[in-house]
Ligand binder design. Structure first.
Ligand SMILES: [Zn+2]
Length: 79
């Protein structure tokens, strides 16, 4: 069973669909036993959806997209 920190570290990739199957299921297993992480996931989802829409709608230079991703990661660490 992964710990909450590991879980949160993987959230970004999880929402991006970038995790391999094993990691993905370990994460969902963790969610089943950890309501706080689910609550965080939901908050995180609604935040990233806004940014994601922006990413999808506007043509942005790679560097700007990178900055936005960094920002999201930073936000994840601070919350
Ligand atoms: Zn947890």
């Amino acid at each position: 069973m992964m710990c909450c920190k590991e879980c949160l570290d993987l959230l970004f990739d999880y929402l991006d669909g970038k995790l391999d199957l094993d990691t993905h299921s370990s994460l969902e297993e963790h969610f089943q036993d950890c309501p706080p992480c689910v609550a965080f996931l939901n908050t995180y989802k609604s935040t990233t959806t806004v940014c994601r829409d922006t990413l999808n709608q506007i043509e942005m230079p790679d560097m700007v997209q990178e900055k936005l991703r960094e920002f999201l990661k930073q936000q994840k660490l601070e919350n």
